[in-house]
Design a protein around this ligand. Sequence first.
Ligand code: SF4
Ligand code: SF4
Length: 295
Amino acid sequence: MGIIFDIQRCSYHDGPGIRTTIFFKGCQLRCAWCHNPESFLPGPQLQYFSHRCTGCRACAAVCPHHVHTFKEGVHQVHYSDCTACGLCAERCPNQALKLIGQEMSAAQVMDVIKRDRSFYETSGGGLTISGGEPTTQPEFLLELLGLAKKESIHTCLETNGYIPEALLTKLISLVDLFLLDYKITGAKELYQHTHASGALWQHTLATLAQQNAAVILRLPIIPGINDTPAHFEHAAQLKRDHPCIQAVEIMPYHAIGAAKWEQLGLSYSLKDLPSATPRQKEHWQALLNAFLSVQ
Ligand code: SF4
Ligand code: SF4
């Protein structure tokens, strides 16, 4: 069994063609700009939408752990005491509470994936597994990919690249295309913004290159953090050094995830940062193209 927090059918941005994207819960990094913070924890968790709450206190009446309290009429949610039993979300009359993360078997997920088989066949699409970081649920991931291969469905894995070697070796035979995040250039900056060290990521890329796996390098670009010429230049150099990298794609920052951090009881350090503008996106793409054109 695995824990997933979303399934998007008819997705166009996670690999070639029309795809079904499965979002796994759990991630070992904490990227400051993450737009899926509901993926951080491995298990189910509570999300609270304050704008829908009328203060009826039905949640407080049912919660066995006193997670919901009211101070001078203001609803306070003590997330750290929540055991994700889901009682309050069931009882809330206004959908102000939601339990994120559902346990499903690989066969159940495959049943959903197979419904869109005709779209895959006509568009060259297939299954994309995303997250979170899918490799934090290794057995479930391998089982699901194995089922997809049996059905001859094209598979993409969206990953941060922090993959233990033994698992990566197994994945290479089951994944048709790796969508590999390249987050930031510079060890100090990487640790500051993601809490990761780059050694395992580099080993992953080297192994993918050795095994001649197909890779698209994906660059989340965050204004003021990694939109530097040096970062684009290094991404282009990685492509030159690793022929397995078929393309380099920019994923411009979007502030869409900011509200979710608060809804999960987390503090968002980039809350004043607006989404990238069309002008910024054009500028970044031009920079990247210029560096990619260098032989
Ligand atoms: S999910 Fe359960 S433990 Fe968590 S706040 Fe709701 S009722 Fe309380
Ligand atoms: S049950 Fe829903 S609407 Fe009522 S106080 Fe709780 S969160 Fe707010």
